[in-house]
Design a binder for this molecule. Structure first.
Ligand SMILES: Cc1cc2nc3c(=O)[nH]c(=O)nc-3n(C[C@H](O)[C@H](O)[C@H](O)COP(=O)(O)O)c2cc1C
Length: 338
């Protein structure tokens, strides 16, 4: 019998009882971070059904009505409203208004929690708080986490250098940041970046964190939208074929190494600082084209070092169940039993 089955039979999840499970009202303290293009109802709903939770990506549905429909679709598929929406805050002021319209949808539909990321969420806090939406703000350093705590967010998601997406310029790993953040940030800390095996969930709790966040681990989920060739590429990765691009713009971005990233890194080596030269290589439409067509040589495809834990295409619910099984196995190894 698997650890998971034993654990289910035992009917208790007290070992991972935490701020995350209690406040978000979910069974397992595992969150799937917002993922541009991937964060859709098809992927979030099975994660919720498996007892974890995830975030729809608001920017994948920039039209407010489409976001509204997607939230409803996710509720129908999950038979639950225990999931959130990722609100990526850009530094460009002209996108503020568009984001505010999406925030209005979140508040109006009484989405229980959001993951904010990117720039500081200052302006979004009052409307979200007023609507009773819990704010989990994602940051790349402990220092940013402490600042976020002063702003009045409810919890901090701390991602280390290993993460797919934006690790920030300081590049401190999750193993250091988890322990440091849990001690120094005066809010519940959820640890992400490089997590793809259940033993790391147990480790995060041992460090004092209240939950974990995963992204890359879900890229090859059966229900995820990427073309099978992209999923196969992620599954074949041993975690070493990621690169950090766009550090020249202080917009560090960890992605799958491919032909496009080699060109970007060459431009950076040459000291080219004009963004227009980079635009055709890095713009979102190139990434979407790669994800849709399976041509992994193109676009900036977010992928973190935890790709090493992805070995095949599995249903999202199986991935969550495996993480839980591994987390309990790690506890047993330490001599902790229910
Ligand atoms: C394909 C992909 C797309 C992502 N898109 C976003 C996004 O739109 N907004 C965001 O806040 N984070 C985004 N992220 C980051 C994840 O939410 C999460 O922070 C990260 O994947 C955690 O690290 P890991 O990849 O090592 O698990 C993305 C990550 C991946 C792998």
């Amino acid at each position: 019998m698997t650890e998971f089955a034993k654990h289910q039979l035992a009917g208790s999840d007290l070992l991972f009882d935490s701020w995350v499970t209690r406040t978000l009202k979910i069974r397992y303290p595992i969150l799937m971070g917002g993922m541009m293009w991937l964060g859709r109802a098809n992927l979030v709903a099975p994660v919720v059904r498996a007892g974890a939770t995830g975030f729809l990506s608001a920017l994948t549905f920039p039209d407010p009505q489409k976001l509204r429909d997607e939230i409803q679709r996710c509720r129908d598929l999950a038979q639950s409203d225990r999931f959130g929406v990722n609100l990526y805050i850009s530094n460009h002021q002209d996108s503020d208004q568009d984001l505010r319209r999406l925030v209005d949808v979140v508040c109006d539909m009484e989405v229980p929690f959001v993951e904010t990321s990117g720039a500081r969420p200052n302006d979004l806090i009052p409307p979200l708080k007023q609507a009773g939406v819990k704010i989990l703000h994602k940051v790349p350093t402990v220092r940013h986490g402490k600042s976020a705590a002063k702003l009045g967010v409810d919890a901090v998601i701390l991602v280390g250098a290993e993460c797919g997406g934006h690790p920030g310029p300081k590049m401190v790993g999750s193993f250091v940041q988890g322990a440091q953040g849990a001690q120094e940030i005066p809010l519940p800390v959820i640890l992400g970046g490089g997590i793809g095996h259940g033993s790391q969930v147990t480790a995060a709790f041992a460090m004092g964190c209240e939950g974990v966040l995963i992204g890359t681990r879900m890229m090859a989920a059966k229900e995820a939208i990427p073309h099978e060739a992209i999923k196969a590429r992620v599954a074949a990765s041993d975690g070493t074929n990621t690169v950090v691009v766009q550090s020249i713009f202080n917009h560090h971005h960890r992605v799958l190494s491919n032909d496009a990233t080699q060109k970007v890194l060459e431009l950076e080596r040459q000291g080219v600082a004009d963004f227009e030269t980079y635009r055709p290589l890095v713009e979102g439409s190139a990434t979407w084209e790669a994800i849709r067509s399976g041509d992994y040589r193109r676009g900036m495809i977010d992928m973190g070092q935890s790709a090493c834990f992805v070995n095949q295409v599995d249903p999202a619910g199986t991935i969550i169940a495996n993480l839980v099984t591994e987390a309990y196995a790690a506890l047993e190894k330490l001599g902790v039993r229910q």
